[in-house]
Design a protein around this ligand. Structure first.
Ligand SMILES: NC(=O)c1ccc[n+]([C@@H]2O[C@H](COP(=O)([O-])OP(=O)(O)OC[C@H]3O[C@@H](n4cnc5c(N)ncnc54)[C@H](OP(=O)(O)O)[C@@H]3O)[C@@H](O)[C@H]2O)c1
Length: 256
């Protein structure tokens, strides 16, 4: 029988080098802090460089990378810079994302395209660049894609966002299937409504309060509610046989 690994060792990420996109606020900032607290070096990527510098001031395990994930031609050079600073990447958290409100008939092409470019295309490109590097150096690794509760549901004013997150889930499965033979695990987290810059206005509104009131746990989540799932999927000791999974962290909202 395999020996039992105690939790502290099971989730020890010493030696891992992660890139978290959208680390300047909300879930991504918390993901970066949790990974670093468990020993990983973390490249914190986003557009707001001042926020990233603030994070870098907290720990020498953070490496700021100012990048727009929709700037396709720059992404390869950005990963080169990340690896030059922190070392060869082993973990990628595709977290950068934007909301997309409005009814379909009121959504101009530009708004649709911006949501898909940020939420879908960047995940495709960053994952591909990451996997190419790991495959070339025969290194195992893991990708965690941040999907959403609405990947499997539709609402009256979030169609472009819901479509983008459904694509993220299907991309997770396709990537997991293709890269399992290379030792690269790919899983998704589907959060429900979590307090962040993206959701603050909605959660403070009457519609938001009503929605939370109808959800099974009658509360919105906090970024810290995702700590355990993030660590599970990041740790090859803890989830080495998991790939292609989607884990809901939504207080039971998807059941309602
Ligand atoms: N909060 C929720 O209830 C919830 C639920 C389900 C899923 N999610 C998903 O969780 C992820 C994080 O969202 P959040 O709630 O934490 O929102 P947030 O606080 O608004 O954070 C979004 C992050 O994405 C970054 N970002 C956006 N566009 C970018 C671009 N073009 N290039 C680089 N970075 C970009 C932002 O950084 P800069 O502006 O500095 O670039 C920011 O760090 C998103 O994928 C979101 O869809 C959130």
């Amino acid at each position: 029988m395999a020996p039992i690994t105690l939790a502290q060792k099971l989730f020890d990420l010493t030696g891992e080098v992660a890139l978290v996109s959208g680390a300047s606020s909300g879930l991504g900032r918390r993901f970066a802090q949790v990974l670093a607290a468990h020993g990983a070096k973390v490249v914190v990527a986003a557009r707001r460089a001042d926020r990233l510098e603030g994070l870098a001031g907290e720990s020498e395990r953070f490496f700021p990378l100012a990048v727009d994930v929709t700037d396709a031609p720059r992404l390869a050079a950005a990963l080169d810079a990340a690896e030059a600073a922190a070392g060869p990447l082993t973990l990628l958290v595709n977290n950068a994302g934007i909301g997309g409100g409005g009814r379909i008939v009121d959504t101009p092409d530009e708004a649709w395209e911006q949501v898909q470019k940020t939420n879908v295309d960047s995940v495709w490109r960053l994952s591909r660049l990451f996997a190419q590097r790991l495959i070339a150096r025969h290194s195992p690794g893991a990708i965690i894609n941040i999907a959403s509760l609405v990947a499997g549901r539709v609402g009256l004013s979030s169609a472009s966002y819901a479509v983008s997150k459904a694509a993220v889930l299907q991309m997770t499965r396709a990537q997991a299937f293709e890269w399992a033979r290379h030792g690269i695990r790919v899983n998704a987290i589907s959060p429900g409504y979590v307090h962040s810059e993206m959701t603050s206005e909605f959660l403070a509104s009457k519609a938001g309060q009503d929605m939370v009131g109808r959800s099974p746990q009658r509360r919105a989540g906090n970024a810290s509610d995702l700590d355990g799932v993030l660590l599970l999927l990041a740790s090859r000791r803890a989830s080495g046989f998991m790939t292609g999974a989607d884990i809901a962290v939504d207080g039971g909202h998807a059941l309602a």
